[in-house]
Design a protein around this ligand. Structure first.
Ligand code: RB5
Length: 147
């Protein structure tokens, strides 16, 4: 079955979200989880809601953005089961899938150029988790927030 990808940002990531959303429209099954304008919103709320959607199975993976990517990243990684990777290049985007099984990629809308951001997302979308020895490490991470 085709993966469902959710995309969410605050106002700081809104412009880049729109660019990525338009770029991905014909490529993947994409759900826009907001925000829907440049009006100021609290990133923990909009990003947290997107994380809840992932954990509820409404989407399979998330593309998250805020101004720097930092607030979105800190927020997303508070949710048990979310493995959010804040990345600035294609290599770490790829490795976050291969070794860390990232189920969310986080981008800084005020940090990245448009072309680089698109390449990062494309790389992340097509890269699979390698499992094997990395599976155990992912499970060890999940143990930390279990209780
Ligand atoms: C919003 O001004 C900004 O603080 C937010 O987008 C993000 O960069 C926080 O980490």
């Amino acid at each position: 079955m085709k993966e469902k990808i959710g995309i969410a940002s605050d106002h700081g990531g809104f412009d880049l979200k729109e660019v990525i959303r338009k770029d991905l429209t014909d490529k993947v099954d994409l759900i826009d989880l907001g925000t829907f304008s440049t009006e100021s919103v609290d990133y923990p709320t909009v990003i947290g809601n997107a994380c809840k959607d992932l954990l509820a199975g409404k989407v399979d993976r998330l593309i998250l953005l805020c101004g720097t990517g930092i607030g979105a990243s800190i927020t997303a990684n508070r949710y048990h089961g979310i493995r959010a990777a804040l990345v600035h290049d294609e290599f770490t985007a790829e490795m976050s899938r291969r070794h860390n099984n990232s189920n969310a990629i986080v981008l800084g809308g005020r940090v990245l150029g448009v072309d680089l951001a698109k390449r990062i997302v494309d790389k992340w979308l097509v890269t699979d988790f390698e499992a094997g020895r990395h599976e155990k490490r992912i499970n060890l991470i999940e143990e930390i927030t279990k209780s």
